[in-house]
Design a binder for this molecule. Sequence first.
Ligand SMILES: Cc1cc2nc3c(=O)[nH]c(=O)nc-3n(C[C@H](O)[C@H](O)[C@H](O)COP(=O)(O)O)c2cc1C
Length: 201
Amino acid sequence: MKKTFCMALLATLLMAGCTATDEAVTADNNPVIENILSRRSIRSYKPDKIEREKLDRIIECGIWAPNGQHRESWEVRVVTNPDMLAEIDSLYNIYSNGSNSRAAFGAPAVAFIAYDTTYDLSQVDCGLLGGNMMLAANSMGIGSCCLGGLARFMTSPQAATLLARLDFPDTHRLLYAIAFGYPNETPAPNGRRTDNVRIIE
Ligand SMILES: Cc1cc2nc3c(=O)[nH]c(=O)nc-3n(C[C@H](O)[C@H](O)[C@H](O)COP(=O)(O)O)c2cc1C
């Protein structure tokens, strides 16, 4: 009898748990959705390093992105070496005509993502990888910013030696970079248009 009561209590508790979970995944306060909607491009960073376990987690979330034919067609290099980041900064500054702009806004970690030129959907893989990385970072209070401009610079003749140090295979071409670091600003949302999206029902 006592055993039956315990089983019934356990079942009730489990059901209560399930209900709570079901509500969490469908409700407006869904933490995953909150994380997606709270991410902003960060263009000012604190100098603090990202803890290695958090960086590893960000990378792990990146490589768990869906990818075409499960080719994992990206090549990723995450630079945290301060000397190399400073070198990139100083060359970038010359490239951008001494505008004193920093290549990655002073972020302590920069991911360089290259796509496989022999696979037509590799750029999709790379975009999904980066999206996962930025959302994982945001969930841990770490800011990020996609950097198309930095990739343009890194693939310019002026940056050839820097690009070589990233050691991408000949089959791959740098597509974009992502800055990661603790935010030193809280930008307002940019807003989104919706007229370019339609549901056809
Ligand atoms: C492919 C791509 C390239 C980007 N390149 C740059 C860049 O070079 N510099 C920059 O400051 N922001 C860059 N961004 C960030 C966008 O400007 C930003 O995502 C957009 O303004 C929307 O703002 P939000 O990310 O805060 O929502 C890039 C974003 C993407 C997706």
